[in-house]
Design a protein around this ligand. Structure first.
Ligand SMILES: Nc1ncnc2c1ncn2[C@@H]1O[C@H](COP(=O)(O)OP(=O)(O)OP(=O)(O)O)[C@@H](O)[C@H]1O
Length: 297
């Protein structure tokens, strides 16, 4: 059965005279990975900071059934977060940071070692943090967000500064925690990466929620294309456009498929005009194309 772990209701935020968030409302269900998507400046970080009471805002926040506000935020004990840059002290080691963050339990030493192993921090975790690269600091910040196995983790651009291997490792780690019941609210500009992770999507534009959907739904409504290589792309394009095909790219030819505009129809039109088809491939629009289209509409 679905259980709501985070409720955000009518969140409004102004900086000076400028209204940044407009009645933002959404819910996250326990155990889901929820992607917060939007262009630069859309308001994603501001929403995350408001949930975490890092800034004052108007509206209601409920975490695991408990109301949380700027002045009363016990519920945040159930939440881990990495928002913007991790707060790191240059003269402490990575392990020191984790020791400061880990909850006071009988197995805290083991838990710190476990998260160090999970994030592959062993090589440098006992060096002072002032020697860390951007990616190393980012991984430490993620370890700090996860060390207490929170019920909800909020990650703002967690892939920032990570190399491809570390990005893949983080993806697997997030999926692992999700499989153990953790809820993840995540933003990322790397939409290809988010496509591999997020199950639910909240799309933000100019401080407003413009779409709440699931990844499966969004991708199912996507456009489908056929990509052709022919002996005369220019002529093929003209022939297809005349009869109403939409061409989304010309080199190679990328043609939008619809119920009427099928591959069979393309083949028949081109073959009648003696155009040789050297290669045919099918393509589906990815998350990036869907989101760009959504924001443009
Ligand atoms: N402390 C602040 N004072 C004034 N304006 C701010 C402040 N923080 C954010 N803003 C403004 O709020 C808007 C939303 O910013 P926010 O950082 O939430 O966007 P974002 O979606 O996270 O963007 P990005 O993807 O670039 O990180 C922007 O117009 C930004 O300039």
């Amino acid at each position: 059965m679905e259980e709501t772990i985070l409720t955000v209701k009518n969140l409004n935020k102004t900086f000076g005279k400028k209204q940044i968030l407009h009645d933002v409302s959404f819910e996250c269900q326990r155990g889901r990975i929820v992607g917060l998507i939007g262009a630069n400046g859309a308001g994603k970080t501001t929403i995350m900071k408001a949930i975490l009471s890092l800034i004052k805002s108007d509206g209601q926040i409920k975490i695991a059934g408990q109301t949380s506000s700027f002045n009363s935020h016990q519920a945040l004990q159930k939440v881990g977060a990495l928002v913007e840059y991790p707060g790191i002290y240059p003269y402490l080691s990575g392990r020191d940071h984790l020791r400061l963050f880990v909850a006071d339990t009988s197995n805290q030493k083991e838990r710190v070692q476990e998260i160090i192993d999970e994030l592959k921090l062993n090589e440098y975790v006992d060096q002072k943090a002032k020697l860390y690269s951007l990616g190393m600091k980012q991984k430490l910040g993620i370890a700090m967000a996860l060390v207490n196995q929170p019920e909800l983790v909020i990650l703002d651009e967690p892939m920032n500064g990570l190399d491809p291997q570390a990005t893949k490792d983080l993806r697997e780690l997030i999926l692992n925690y999700k499989n153990q019941g953790m809820t993840v609210l995540i933003s990322s500009h790397i939409l290809g990466e988010l496509q591999k992770l997020a199950e639910d999507l909240i799309v933000i534009d100019h401080g407003r929620v413009i779409k709440k959907t699931t990844m499966t739904q969004l991708l199912a409504n996507n456009q489908h294309f056929v990509v052709l290589k022919t002996n005369d792309n220019q002529k093929a394009r003209e022939l297809l456009e005349i009869v109403g095909f939409e061409i989304s790219a010309t080199s190679p030819l990328r043609i939008v498929l619809t119920e009427e505009n099928t591959v069979e129809r393309i083949m028949s039109i081109l073959m009648k005009q003696q155009i040789t088809i050297n290669d045919v491939q099918h393509e589906d629009a990815d998350l990036e194309e869907s989101i760009l289209k959504l924001i443009a509409d």
